[in-house]
Design a binder for this molecule. Sequence first.
Ligand SMILES: [Zn+2]
Ligand SMILES: [Zn+2]
Ligand SMILES: [Zn+2]
Length: 273
Amino acid sequence: MQILFLGTGASEGIPGVLCECPLCEAAREHGGRNIRRRSSVLIDGQLLIDLTPDFWSQAVAFHVKPGLLQTILITHEHDEHFVPAELQNFVPPYRLSDEPTRLELYAGQRSLRKLSHMMDTQGRTALRGFIGIHELKPFRTVKTGAYTITPLPARHCEGAMIFLIEREGRVFLNGNDSGYFPEDTWDYLAGKTIHSVSLGCTNPSATESPNHQSEEDVVTTRRRLYQLGCIESSAKIYITHISHTGGMGHDELHERMSTYGVTVAYDGLTSEV
Ligand SMILES: [Zn+2]
Ligand SMILES: [Zn+2]
Ligand SMILES: [Zn+2]
């Protein structure tokens, strides 16, 4: 599988649109990997995780191919992860194509309620004719295209999920926007083989962040995955969903996290799993 990080920022992105903190000002000045769109990944060009307010700019910047995208997974309904109104741009008359691929959308109950509300109140009920809509439930594995996906509970908000995604024996854990994983998620992961992991690290220095991962959570999670036999010491561990509140630009954060064997993702980073 090829993982493309389309965005690696938290809810406000970096720079925050009107934020004048030193980090956001420095990000405006230096650009590059310091700029973080809202968090999302695209797998093999086919499987999108989260539909953010930045999807248009992500698709243009990172050359998302229109004919490849087949499946959209939503982690939870918060606005930086799921903007249902963007779906209208995926179907006619906003999308003109001789052979449009059919899209399948998988999300939990709360996100699907948000989608229904948008369609009903904005006159978009015709979307139902173009997009297959499927409800995800924790621990219930689904198969879509070449992928086998198991949603697992996250400690973030009611109904939030992380995803264990397998294709041809290779396994990626999309584990951002959770606090330290709940114990029933750990029970499920025990003994599974995972080749690559993406975790949140919203504010690395946070000491009280039950709903987001901190640096300490990332290190503890990595250690426990290793102790459970899920990963080898060489497994790729990425952090994403990074907030300006941590106050660190890409290079500083990279230096700090590399001591733990953790890679700081940036917008546009690709990784083979
Ligand atoms: Zn988030
Ligand atoms: Zn800021
Ligand atoms: Zn959230």
